[in-house]
Design a protein around this ligand. Structure first.
Ligand SMILES: Cc1cc2nc3c(=O)[nH]c(=O)nc-3n(C[C@H](O)[C@H](O)[C@H](O)COP(=O)(O)O)c2cc1C
Length: 325
């Protein structure tokens, strides 16, 4: 049987997906990706700032509804929302699920951490609502890929250690993980993630067996991205050699040098535990301060190792076209 393509499954023209980016997405970025023929994804705290951030799960879902409506006002094309379900005491997913069903959102990026996060009842609920499931495990393996596929995932993301954001527990680069996951799936296509920033890396992803690309860092550098110009300038000036890797919760992270990030790296070198570093890192608050507020004294700038191929700020449409190889 001929496998359906990513574009056919998701109802888009170009198999280029903008991965969810905590704090950094908004209606403008997501609509721009979808209008360019790819698929934009609203991530956690989309469109929000420290002042407007929600505190309760219900309020979070309603703020997401507002950003979904803004996105719908800017595009008629399909777009998605990030879900990060947990096996126990998950107070966040139910209200978000209710909102995305009511708003007719086309797809979710279902981010899982471990096989317990693959919840068959949730897959069923999404499928019954006609919502496409792009499954992205933080630690992709053949076993969790097969489990997600049999639970009903429509597309699988194979993320390599080259990526930005929360890193996999095992340091397998994109070149190693993509063919492994492409061989593990039976009938669904695979998207490659981690280090894809230009047409060369996108072509390599297809050569490795991917049916499309899933990128984060390069979209942070675009005209439509809401990060301040100072952060875009830093991305353009830096390359993968600048990125500092450190242990933290759940496993690893990497950041550009800066007062805050340097402290975390020093703690790691001095032998601090992952818990201690995780506590000092303060979760995603540091990402908001470093990347949305542009303050690397009190926050960090997380990016993938492929940033060396980003040489100027481009429009989202230029990036989507370049990654559509
Ligand atoms: C700053 C930042 C925040 C991210 N936040 C999320 C998130 O909230 N949920 C998620 O599933 N992935 C998140 N990611 C991962 C991206 O969706 C994507 O998988 C990754 O950026 C791909 O690697 P690249 O940066 O080399 O393109 C984040 C990545 C970055 C750089």
């Amino acid at each position: 049987m001929q496998r359906k393509s990513v574009s056919e499954i998701l109802g888009i023209e170009k198999p280029v997906i903008q991965g969810p980016l905590s704090w950094l997405t908004d209606a403008r970025l997501v609509a721009a990706v979808s209008n360019a023929g790819g698929m934009g994804i609203l991530g956690p705290n989309a469109g929000l700032t420290a002042e407007t951030a929600a505190t309760t799960p219900e309020e979070t879902a309603e703020k997401l509804r507002a950003e979904i409506r803004k996105t719908k006002a800017l595009t008629e094309k399909p777009f998605g929302v990030n879900l990060i379900p947990t096996p126990e005491n998950d107070v966040w997913t139910p209200p978000i699920l209710k909102v995305i069903k009511e708003e007719g959102v086309h797809a979710v990026v279902y981010t899982g951490y471990g096989e317990g996060a693959i919840i068959p009842a949730l897959f069923d609920e999404l499928k019954q609502a006609g919502i496409k499931i792009i499954y992205r495990d933080i630690n992709p393996t053949p076993a969790n890929t097969r489990l997600a596929e049999s639970a009903g995932a429509d597309v699988i993301v194979a993320t390599g250690f080259d990526e930005g954001g929360t890193l996999p527990a095992v340091a397998l680069g994109t070149f190693s993980i993509v063919p492994m996951i492409a061989d593990a799936v039976k009938n669904v296509p695979v998207l490659a993630a981690g280090g894809i920033t230009d047409s060369r890396t996108a072509r390599a992803a297809h050569a490795l067996g991917a049916g499309g690309v899933f990128a984060g860092s390069v979209f942070i550098s675009t005209t439509e991205s809401r990060v301040p110009q100072s952060v875009k300038d830093k991305i353009i000036a830096a390359d993968g050699l600048d990125m500092q890797l450190f242990r933290t919760l759940p496993d690893y992270y990497r950041a550009l040098p800066g007062k805050f990030a340097d402290r975390l790296v020093s703690m790691d070198k001095a032998g601090a535990s992952k818990d201690e570093i995780g506590q000092a890192m303060g979760g995603l608050r540091g990402l908001r301060i470093g990347m949305l507020e542009g303050n690397s004294d009190e926050g960090y700038i997380s990016l993938g190792t492929g940033i060396g191929s980003i040489h100027n700020v481009k429009s989202v449409a230029e990036v989507v076209n370049e990654l559509n190889v």
